[in-house]
Design a protein around this ligand. Structure first.
Ligand code: AMP
Ligand code: GLY
Length: 437
């Protein structure tokens, strides 16, 4: 029996997913429906086809043409478009929740309402607004500490935090007005103070298997400065916690993910099958939910999938067949550091289409291709996060040295964050957490 598996999406996260599938002991053929010709993915697949990955009929047609049994959906947009529903309707198993349940990522108010209705710990004081009525009053009620969130997918750009992006209430009101003028709605919620971390869990709708905890770095420049990005780099520790977290924090986050899956099952009388990614803040008052994603994080997938010891195909069928509780999901007890190189000017004004050279890379197993293409035999960057490397070792420091050496060997008009995974930055996180507790 040969498993035929489709991966939807073509960034570094999907390259990591495909590498994991490729390591499986089963006979398999991997197919990819892609938005760019990712050469790393191309090497590992029977076929890669460029098409609109958010169009249900294109994806279903491709899946049926290739006769796949299962699909794994990488990014959020196909989930939001109902690609999972469309594939299940054609008897193709899917790792990735259906559209209704993907609202956990696509709608900020949906998630906050779910927490309220099911009394899940870690929720925020919040209100959803469809007009400017009551905005000033609610901002005043929250004092100076609030967050305004556009209520829809905005590629990480819809959230503005007081004291960071919003210097005073007038800024906040202007931003709210901008959303209303464009026909949108928004959530205003209390601002949490602490350290952020991510807990991703494999879910079959009933059971969850948690992955090592990861910390992402969203800001573009050294020292957590500059504009927000999709994530410039991530790390995990050998004990699968982070240096500033304790087991109570991890257990709280695990319980919140579990309660959320139970709430979704109750609400829809259906099962969430895929990855649940909780973005949390460890605060003085315990663990709080910042946001959910309905998929693997990018770059978080590169860290955890590098560590995964269990056969990934077994996990995927465990998810789709609702048999995850029968699978021992194990990860190496090592630390990882992942760093992205991105084009000069990223994210606001990136150079595009410039040649890059990766001849000095020493370990291609830990190199992930993202927004790249091949033009006349030459590798070029496409203006977004370009490539990621992962270092793996007994300690974060050692993993960082490897990742830094590899990432700085990539030649082109690119930059990366040297500080991710370095001792001084981690010490800053620990000191911050200690000052809060
Ligand atoms: P999101 O798109 O919801 O992940 O928000 C983007 C970023 O905004 C997060 O990574 C946090 O840094 C920040 N953020 C979102 N919600 C809150 C909150 N309630 N308190 C503090 N920071 C937040
Ligand atoms: N790295 C954050 C995300 O994937 O949304």
């Amino acid at each position: 029996m040969i498993y035929k598996i489709l991966v939807v999406g073509s960034g570094a996260r999907e390259h990591a997913i495909i590498k994991s599938l490729n390591r499986s002991r089963y006979q398999k053929e991997i197919y990819c429906i892609a938005s760019n010709m990712n050469p790393g993915i191309n090497e590992l697949c029977e076929d890669i086809t460029i098409n609109d990955i958010n169009n249900c009929s294109s994806v279903v047609r491709y899946a049926q043409e290739k006769n796949v049994q299962m699909a794994i959906i990488g990014p959020e947009n196909p989930l939001a478009a109902g690609v999972s529903d469309a594939l299940w309707n054609c008897n193709i198993k899917v790792v990735g929740p259906k559209k209704d349940m993907a609202q956990i990522e696509t709608s900020k108010s949906f998630t906050r309402d779910l927490f309220k209705k099911y009394q899940i710990l870690g929720g925020a004081q919040y209100k959803t607004f469809y007009s400017m009525d009551g905005v000033s009053e609610f901002l005043q009620q929250l004092g100076n500490d609030y967050v305004v969130k556009f209520d829809g997918l905005a590629g990480g750009k819809g959230v503005k935090v007081s004291g960071e992006h919003l210097t005073n209430n007038n800024d906040a009101i202007d931003y709210c007005q901008e959303i209303i003028d464009s026909g949108g709605k928004f959530v205003i919620e209390e601002k949490f103070v602490g350290e952020e971390f991510s807990l991703m869990s494999f879910c079959d709708g009933k059971s969850l298997k948690h992955m090592p905890i990861v910390q992402d770095h969203k800001r573009a420049y050294e020292g957590d400065s500059g504009p927000n990005t999709g994530g410039m780099g991530t790390y995990t520790d050998s004990d699968h916690l982070l240096p500033f977290l304790n087991t109570d924090d991890a257990n709280e986050a695990k319980m919140i993910n579990e309660a959320t899956i139970n709430a979704l099952r109750d609400k829809y009388d259906d099962k969430y099958k895929g990855i649940l990614y909780g973005g949390f803040m460890a605060t003085r008052d315990g663990v709080k939910l910042i946001e959910y994603n309905a998929r693997f994080g990018d770059p978080e997938a590169m860290n955890v999938l590098s560590l995964l010891e269990t056969d990934f195909i077994d996990i995927c069928f465990g998810i789709t067949n609702c048999e995850l509780d029968e699978i021992q999901v194990q990860f190496k007890k090592q630390a990882t550091v992942c760093k992205y190189v991105v084009p000069e000017g990223y994210p606001d004004n990136p150079t595009k289409g410039q040649p890059i050279n990766i001849n000095n890379i020493t370990n291609f197993d830990r190199l992930y291709y993202a927004s790249v293409d091949i033009e006349n035999g030459q590798l070029i960057e496409l203006g977004s996060r370009t490539m990621a490397v992962v270092g793996m070792a007994d300690t974060i420091s050692e993993a960082e040295v490897f990742a830094e050496r590899e990432v700085s060997s990539i030649i082109g008009p690119l930059f990366h964050r040297q500080d991710i995974g370095k001792d001084f930055l981690i010490k800053k996180r620990i000191d911050n957490m200690n000052s809060l507790r």
